[in-house]
Every structure is written in C-alpha cells, then in structure tokens.
Design a protein around this ligand. Structure first.
Ligand SMILES: CC(C)(COP(=O)(O)OP(=O)(O)OC[C@H]1O[C@@H](n2cnc3c(N)ncnc32)[C@H](O)[C@@H]1OP(=O)(O)O)[C@@H](O)C(=O)NCCC(=O)NCCS
Length: 152
C-alpha cells in the first residue's frame, strides 16, 4: 500500500475526526495541536492516518495521538506512521520518546513494542483524572495509562 506522510503546517488542516478516534476529548486534542507537530498519512490524496507528537519536557517528546481510519486498520499504516515519526525525532536533540495507552489497548501495546517502546510504568486512574466521562474500550473501562518509552 502506497502511503504518503506529510507534516502539517496549519492546525486547521488537522483531521479532527481521526484524532478523536484516539482521544475522545476535543479540548485535549486541541491543546496538543497548539503545541505539537502533526503528520498525516495519505492514500491517493485521502487522509487515512494521523500522528501527533509534542515536547513534554526537556529532550522528551511524547506521541500524544495516533489513529488510522477504522476500515483500514491492521494494514500496516499505524506502524509506518509511528516508525516515520520516530525517525524524524531521531534527527533532533530529543533523547526520550514516550507513549501511553489505556489498559484495554492490547493491539496498541503490541504495535508500540514492535516499534521499540518498552513498558516503564502505570499511571493509575489517569483517565478518570483527565476525562470527565468514563471511557470504555474492548468492553472494559479505560482507567489506567500504561506508560512506554524509547531511550534514543
Ligand atoms: C492503534 C492503531 C493506530 C493501529 O493502526 P493500524 O494501522 O491498524 O496498525 P498496523 O496495521 O500498523 O499494526 C501494527 C502491528 O500490530 C499488529 N496487530 C494489529 N492488530 C493486531 C491484533 N488484533 N493481534 C495481533 N497483532 C495485531 C500488526 O500485526 C502489526 O504488526 P506487524 O506489522 O508486525 O504485522 C489503530 O488501531 C487505531 O487507529 N485505533 C484507534 C485509535 C487508537 O486507539 N489510537 C491509539 C491511542 S493514541
């Protein structure tokens, strides 16, 4: 599958529908877009995936959001986007890349480990603290954040 990955230069061009697949809070997504860098994946001019990264502390970049159009899941697009953004970050002075996923995110945990991330901790009740609504995924509450990291 031929995908083209592009860096976005305007927040207005960000694919909000896709970004909300990975995080139901439009307010949080907007705050990440203000400070972060967004890349999209396109097939034949259509946006099919997005990844959003943000510097969270000195020399640390976090992948805040990664999403692929639902009907195109499991075709390697998410992995291509994540590996691309890791290579881009490696060109900078960033020393650590972080990513987090909810406790029900088994596929995400597989994907992130395939891209080199290791589990470094669990932020208990992260989602209850940061999201007013309860979030459910795979039939269970998304309550704790599994924290993962790549040391460059
Ligand atoms: C998470 C997400 C981005 C993955 O994107 P994707 O394009 O479907 O993922 P890929 O096809 O690149 O799969 C990546 C790897 O995970 C593996 N994988 C995917 N689904 C799997 C499953 N059900 N069982 C086992 N492995 C699986 C694939 O085999 C692949 O590894 P491989 O290339 O070595 O075969 C996508 O599912 C998504 O948009 N989900 C909703 C939003 C979300 O939850 N985002 C993450 C939170 S920020």
């Amino acid at each position: 599958m031929d995908i083209t990955i592009k860096k976005l230069y305007s927040k207005a061009d960000a694919p909000m529908d896709l970004l909300l697949l990975a995080d139901p809070s439009e307010e949080l997504v907007n705050s990440y877009l203000d400070k972060g860098i967004c890349y999209t994946a396109e097939i034949d001019g259509e946006t099919v995936g997005v990844v959003l990264v943000m510097e969270t502390k000195a020399q640390t970049m976090e992948v805040m959001n990664l999403a692929v159009k639902e009907e195109l899941h499991n075709k390697g697009i998410g992995k291509q986007l994540l590996l691309y953004v890791i290579e881009e970050i490696k060109k900078s002075d960033i020393k650590t890349i972080e990513i987090g996923t909810g406790n029900p995110g088994v596929v995400q945990m597989l994907l992130y480990q395939k891209c080199g991330f290791r589990i470094v901790g669990i932020d208990f009740d992260f989602f209850r603290r940061t999201h007013p609504e309860r979030i459910y995924e795979n039939g269970i509450e998304c309550r704790d954040m599994i924290r993962m990291r790549i040391e460059l």
